[in-house]
Design a protein around this ligand. Structure first.
Ligand code: XMP
Length: 504
């Protein structure tokens, strides 16, 4: 049983699904024009029509399968979704009126959708078209100063439209409004990572049958949790961890200890020499990435051959990747990250993707239940090509050693100061610049090292973290004292955009 969110291309669609999951209601996102049979496959208990850039006046107005709107399901239309409902059921929508964008205040609201809420209610608006008259028999249940029809309710008492976005944090009590809708729709709220773990384990077990599984482990939370899941499910497996020599200090040892200790059959491939050889003389970032990708696949294939045959490959695909690659959204294309999970399509394996319905924070929770230590579970994201994209220019063993030390000092200090969990990602970048300094009485030319720490929710956009001066001072002192090759430390204060998080 689920709540089906039909996606009409709003940038907030995924957020709707997340909020519902946080409320304990399992939700799936499907393309807005999915046919009835496809929607029914997910056993919907209620429908949500998302917002989107379209207009009901477009000649090819993008809408749900009309039979869905008459299927007797409770429906909540958000923004464009509300306009579509109003238009479909005979109300009036006006186009190109005054654009309402940003915060607005509901001056009146009533009915079960707003149960438990009182006082002035700030909501988030983002629309140009507007509903001017509700369909016959429908009621207007909210208005703002500028918009007399900010929410509507159908006579069945279970279908609603809201012009504002309850899923964004800028709407006061938005989660309560969604919870009220779930209540009216009698949606059960028993979805939680602990409930789903047993289900995922048994589903994966039945998909695997008696077959042997291959899984690539990068040391990140998704692939580590996946390997643990296979172990927990009692599936015969080989987890491959390719040590490309571009990892952080102690990373390999930590992953080995944690996974082996929890029953994962881990094979570590010591491929550092091979990667470094292939990287010799390469200075172009894209070329470096390409070489690493190729070497990675080659190393992975060799292990697969040596330990096979395998019936399938387990992949740590997450729900946002599924939605993105299904092309369901008409929103702007989001950058996709290449990681271990994405590689061996051409290897012809059958795929098993136990996390394909989970969000990242849900995987973190599943990982906790599976016993993954917090040091790995809560670790900052780390790019597949590792430290190679944090050494500007050529990657050499010496430079790797310098960066690895500096990175570890930065990370340890963040943890000591209680700042590690407050930033999305923190990294050190070794630049090829040499700058002058004084050591003792002599001039000394040392590398310039850049520190970068950012706050973000998904890595797509980011702001530089306002780390305390005293902390930055402490880190700069520690690094220059303990890593003599580094002569100068700078802090990156650029947001994304215009910069990216990584320097290469
Ligand atoms: P950028 O630098 O594009 O990074 O702002 C966004 C997020 O993606 C990570 N990143 C990568 N991850 N392979 C990966 O697996 C890559 O080539 C790669 N490049 C960047 C980066 O660390 C950040 O979390």
């Amino acid at each position: 049983m689920s709540v089906v969110v039909l996606d009409f291309g709003s940038q907030y669609t995924l957020l709707i699904a997340r909020r519902l999951r946080e409320l304990g209601a399992f939700s799936v996102v499907l393309p807005g024009d999915s046919p009835l049979v496809e929607v029914e496959r997910h056993r919907p208990r209620a429908l949500i029509l998302s917002g989107g850039p379209a207009s009901v006046f477009d000649s090819d107005a993008y809408g749900p399968d009309p039979t869905l709107l008459d299927a007797g399901l409770p429906i909540l239309g958000i923004c464009y979704g509300m306009q579509y409902l109003a238009h479909h059921f005979g109300g009036e929508v006006k186009s190109g009126g005054r654009r309402e964008y940003g915060r607005a205040r509901l001056v009146r609201y009533e009915g079960p959708l707003f149960a438990g809420i009182s006082g002035p209610l700030q909501v988030w608006m983002s629309h140009t078209d507007a509903v001017t008259h509700p369909p016959p028999g429908w009621e207007v249940i909210a208005e703002t100063e500028d918009n007399p029809v900010a929410a509507i309710a159908a006579p069945d008492g279970r279908t609603f439209g809201v012009q504002f976005h309850p899923e964004v944090v800028h709407t006061d009590h938005g989660t309560q409004i969604l919870a009220n809708f779930l209540g009216v729709a009698s949606v059960s709220r028993d979805w939680s990572p602990s409930e789903v773990l047993d289900r995922i384990v048994s589903e994966t077990r039945s998909q695997a049958g008696r077959g042997r599984a291959l899984v690539g482990v990068s040391g990140g939370v998704d692939s580590s949790a996946l390997a643990l899941l296979l172990a927990r499910a009692g599936i015969d497996h080989v987890a491959v961890f390719v040590d490309h020599g571009l990892l952080r200090l102690g990373e390999r040892e930590e992953v080995e200890a944690a996974l082996r200790g929890l029953g994962v059959n881990l094979v570590v491939v010591d491929a550092a020499d091979r990667f470094l050889r292939a990287l010799r003389g390469k200075v172009d970032p894209e070329e470096k990435r390409k070489v690493i990708g190729q070497e990675f696949i080659a190393a992975f294939k060799e292990v697969a051959r040596a330990h096979g045959p395998f019936a399938f490959l387990a992949q740590g695909t997450l729900y946002p990747d599924v939605i993105e690659s299904a092309g369901s959204t008409k929103a702007a294309v989001i950058k996709s990250h290449h990681n271990v999970g994405g590689l061996p399509k051409e290897m012809g394996f059958r795929l098993v993707e136990p996390f394909r319905y989970l969000f990242k924070d849900e995987v973190r929770e599943v990982a906790r239940l599976l016993g993954l230590p917090d040091s790995i579970r809560l670790r900052h994201p780390f790019p597949g090509p590792g430290l190679a994209v944090r050494i500007l220019g050529e990657v050499t063993p010496k430079r790797l050693q310098v960066l690895r030390q500096a990175d570890a000092i930065f990370t340890d200090a963040l943890k000591e100061w209680g700042l590690y969990g407050q930033v999305w990602q923190a990294l050190a970048v070794l630049t090829p610049l040499r700058s002058v300094g004084v050591v003792g009485d002599r001039r000394h030319y040392g590398y310039v090292l850049a520190l970068r720490a950012v706050t973000s929710t998904d890595g797509m956009t980011a702001d530089w973290a306002r780390l305390p001066y005293a902390f930055l001072d402490d880190v700069a002192c520690r690094i220059t004292r303990r890593v003599p090759e580094i002569g100068r430390v700078v802090y990156d204060i650029t947001g994304k955009p215009p910069a990216t998080i990584e320097w290469e």
